[in-house]
Design a protein around this ligand. Structure first.
Ligand code: BG6
Length: 513
């Protein structure tokens, strides 16, 4: 069992409690915490949303989502304990009466004054409501700073934080009038994925990789965050977002910074954030012209996936039938610093791609053309693959001799299987994040500087694309995206690596049965 960081009882208020995120991620995370004994006996969760329903209705819905979204079977005792901790508060986000009702609910379930309870406000809503909710919390005296031994009040903002640099700045200005930066937790759930956290260990707790981790030995880095799913029932959100705002601005740039950053002075949140921001500042800013050259967009058309019919993006619910929103984006970035000058970083992400996989590949330079050069030509170079999901693990690919009298060489892989070594119950990202907010640890959350710099980097792309219409749809469901994405990397004499299932995948599959 994971050792819990110290935390006291608290009340978690979830705004947007009837939405997709609460059902798919937050309920399972709360269940897992309860299962592991990491929810305080007096912990309570209050759903805050517009729809009329009773505590009982809300609990039933939570149970239904657990049935669908939990990795394990529901344990009756655990559910009984969790169920008794769940409440519902119906209100509009801008109705101050609803917040008074919330205070009364908090007092009723805690048996003490609302301002005396430790509280976490989780805004699982669109960023358009962040300001209204923050101001209403202030007005109802729920946003106090928690100084000098007072109870605390923390606020969690789901991504995306704004929709571009100027909206994010405006939003930040408004919310920092209500909350101090130390009360604010901005979510990027990729930071809490086990293999993403492992990146710092891999790099800085091993002496064998760090000496190679630079332009002298690395030819390029490629990162794929691919999803098999389409936009599901989030069409209206996705229309305004697209792949760049949904994944590149946050998850992808976070992965790039963790791969590229210098060792931080310490492992505290501020020191790590500082190093990440330095990477963002070193990324060569794209001009509008560059955006045309180094960024590729795509949108899926209809077809069939895994033997089933799949709708085109434009036919999805909540999507305009002439939509120009990108469901795929690929980029080439350059990091202009001493470690990475001349080493391109290629990144691609998209929905309805061939398979669900998130993987970072560090592709090393070929060895000099002596001794084995005629045997090596046409073979893949050495590579280190960090497989974030599924089948989490790390693989090192190097060349070996094929047995026999002839000198023949073949690339082979050494695989580290995370689950085989550590078991199947590693905390899911949201479980870890909720636990860390309760414990007051901001390390796996993004600081304002990171958010600001990441918007600055992607704004050029989104603004350039807004000006010209693309020829959409331009990729088939179940493919690896549009042809232009291949050209982006192939014109540099490189290619996208087709993600390969690690050798242990079959074993994991068998264990699940
Ligand atoms: C979210 C995006 O941040 O990440 C979704 O809004 C995407 O569109 C999801 O599906 C992917 O997360 P994961 O953990 O399933 O890779």
């Amino acid at each position: 069992m994971t050792k819990a960081k110290e935390h006291k009882a608290c009340i978690l208020v979830i705004f947007g409690a009837t939405g997709d995120l609460t059902h798919r991620k937050l309920f399972p995370a709360l269940y897992d915490l309860e299962f592991k004994g990491m929810l305080h006996e007096h912990f309570r969760a209050v759903g805050f949303a517009r729809r009329e329903k009773s505590d009982e209705d809300f609990r039933k819905e939570a149970f239904e989502s657990l049935k669908k979204n939990l990795r394990a079977k529901i344990n009756d005792d655990v559910w009984k304990r969790l169920c008794a901790k769940i409440y519902y508060n119906q209100a509009e986000f801008d109705d101050i009466e609803g917040y008074k009702k919330l205070c009364a609910t908090i007092e009723y379930i805690s048996g003490s004054k609302a301002e005396d309870c430790d509280k976490i406000f989780y805004l699982a809503t669109s960023h358009e409501y962040f300001e209204t909710i923050a101001n209403s919390l202030k007005e109802s005296n729920l946003a106090h700073k928690g100084e000098k031994g007072e109870s605390y009040s923390r606020v969690v903002f789901e991504k995306p934080f704004g929709s571009d640099l100027s909206s994010a700045r405006m939003l930040n200005e408004k919310i920092t009038k209500v909350f101090d930066e130390r009360q604010i937790y901005r979510i990027d759930h990729y930071l809490a994925k086990e293999l993403v956290q492992n990146l710092l260990v891999l790099r800085f707790a091993n002496s064998i990789f760090e000496p190679l981790w630079n332009r002298k030995y690395v030819d390029h880095v490629q990162i794929t965050v691919a999803e098999e799913l389409g936009v599901e029932n989030r069409g209206s959100y996705y229309e305004k977002s697209g792949a760049v705002r949904d994944i590149i601005q946050n998850h992808m740039l976070q992965l790039i910074t963790l791969v590229a950053m210098e060792p931080p002075v310490s492992l505290n949140a501020q020191d790590i954030r500082e190093e990440k921001v330095k990477v963002m500042r070193s990324i060569e800013p794209l001009t509008a012209k560059d955006a045309e050259k180094f960024a590729v967009r795509g949108q899926y058309g209809g077809g069939s996936m895994n033997g089933k019919k799949a709708a085109a993006y434009r036919d999805e619910e909540g999507v305009d039938n002439k939509s120009h929103t990108e469901t795929f984006a690929a980029l080439k970035l350059s990091i202009d610093n001493l470690r990475w000058a001349g080493v391109p970083f290629y990144a691609r992400t998209g929905k309805r791609l061939k398979e669900r996989v998130a993987e970072i590949s560090i592709v090393f330079k070929h060895s000099p053309s002596v001794l084995f050069h005629q045997h090596l030509s046409g073979l893949d170079p050495n590579m280190l693959m960090i497989r974030i999901q599924p089948d989490e693990g790390i693989s090192l690919q190097f060349n070996a001799k094929i047995p026999g009298a002839k000198m023949l060489i073949d690339p082979v892989r050494m695989d580290f299987c995370h689950e085989c070594k550590f078991g199947p119950n590693s905390p899911e990202a949201y479980e870890r994040l909720l636990h860390d907010v309760m414990a007051g640890d901001p390390t796996l959350f993004t600081g304002w500087d990171e958010v600001e710099h990441s918007w600055r980097l992607v704004d050029v792309i989104t603004k350039t694309w807004e000006k010209t219409k693309a020829k959409f749809p331009n990729y088939e469901v179940g493919s690896w995206g549009p042809k232009d994405a291949n050209s982006l990397i192939e014109k540099d004499g490189r290619k996208w690596l087709e993600p390969q299932k690690p050798s242990y995948s079959a074993l994991l599959e068998q264990n699940k049965k």
